[in-house]
Design a binder for this molecule. Structure first.
Ligand code: NAP
Length: 300
């Protein structure tokens, strides 16, 4: 532990190292991986996320395109757009930016994306493969959390990992990934009784809720590793934009007890984007290999 408390896990630096490796592998492919992000409506936060993903993908040599549809687009038109992208051999990865407007059936849209192009890992096939420990395309945020732990030298096997939050995109897939690495996993949620008594048992504590300050120092064991997935906007008159970003963890106080902790911003966020690039690379590699095999088969 350093003077001011636990080590800060630098997600930005670790993400940069991941991107270096991805860039090198992209350069070896016959065709650069192509990702298309589908954005419905003009939600400002979604636009920011989409542009960060696009910039990141281009930065490692991938082709990135955006399809923007109006917020009142019909479900049929959205599904037809996905069908077209599914058929396009230059599109290796399809990402539908969530949340979708209320009149759209999100599940039907996510199921329409071909599993091999589903770089978010949200298709039921990929969710099932994750349960079986056989997934190639694993949801980016939990994958990024595990990579942060691994790259920081945190021992996962045998550790008690407590995850606060059980969403399909973070908590549940993260529980699977940590179980596969031999952690003992406890998953907590809004109906959990005695939350603090459980979080205090954690060697690895992950907060993925969306409530600033939910995890206080009293809820953390001395020497725990704390990963803060939460991203919250809190009003701050001192900031030019009128708000600042923070996680779910009371960072300064929890850091005094933790062995290591991720900041917000600069922790899990950059890793989510790096893992999206990695998934796009994996999807492109698999599709290009399959096409190569099919062409060789056809030439016989
Ligand atoms: P979500 O779908 O809203 O799920 C939140 C989870 O927190 C639910 O399981 C909920 O329980 C639980 N919860 C709510 N209040 C609680 C409380 N008082 N005590 C214990 N558990 C409580 O959110 P999400 O999509 O998983 O995202 C979680 C946070 O991570 C958000 O801040 C989001 O912005 C952030 N996030 C960040 C990244 C990144 O790249 N950094 C990526 C994704 C998400 P119930 O199931 O009982 O309702």
């Amino acid at each position: 532990m350093s003077a001011g408390g636990g080590t800060i896990i630098d997600g930005k630096a670790i993400a940069e190292r991941c991107k270096e490796r991805i860039r090198a592998q992209v350069a070896q492919l016959p065709m650069p991986p192509g990702i298309t992000v589908v954005l419905v409506g003009d939600d400002p936060a979604s636009k920011v996320y989409v542009s960060m993903k696009e910039v990141g993908c281009r930065d490692v040599g991938m082709r990135s395109e955006q399809v923007t549809l109006p917020k009142d687009v019909s479900q049929e038109r959205l599904l037809a757009t996905i069908d077209r992208l599914n058929e396009d051999p230059e599109v290796h990865a399809i990402l539908v930016q969530l949340p979708l407007p209320g009149h759209i059936d999100e599940g039907a849209v996510l199921e329409r994306v071909r599993p091999e192009k589903d770089v978010d890992g949200f298709h039921p096939c990929n969710v099932g493969l994750l349960q079986l420990g056989k997934a190639t395309l694993v949801p980016c945020t939990p994958k990024g959390v595990v990579r942060l732990l691994e790259e920081s030298g945190v021992a996962i096997a045998g550790a008690h990992a407590v995850i606060v939050g059980r969403s399909n995109i973070v908590g549940k897939p993260l529980a699977q990934l940590l179980l596969q690495r031999d952690a003992t996993v406890t998953v907590c949620h809004s109906r959990t009784k005695g939350l603090a008594a459980l979080t205090r048992q954690a060697d690895i504590l992950v907060a993925a809720v969306g409530r600033p300050g939910l995890i206080t120092a009293e809820m953390v064991k001395d020497g725990a590793v704390v990963i803060d997935v939460g991203v919250n906007r809190v009003e701050d008159a001192h900031e030019k934009r009128g708000y600042r970003l923070c996680g779910d963890v009371d960072f300064a106080r929890v850091r005094e007890k933790a062995r290591a902790i991720t900041p917000v911003p600069g922790g899990v966020g950059p890793m989510t984007i790096a893992m999206l690039m990695e998934n796009t690379l994996l999807a492109a590699q698999a599709q290009q290999q399959a096409r190569g095999r099919a062409q060789r088969g056809g030439a016989r």
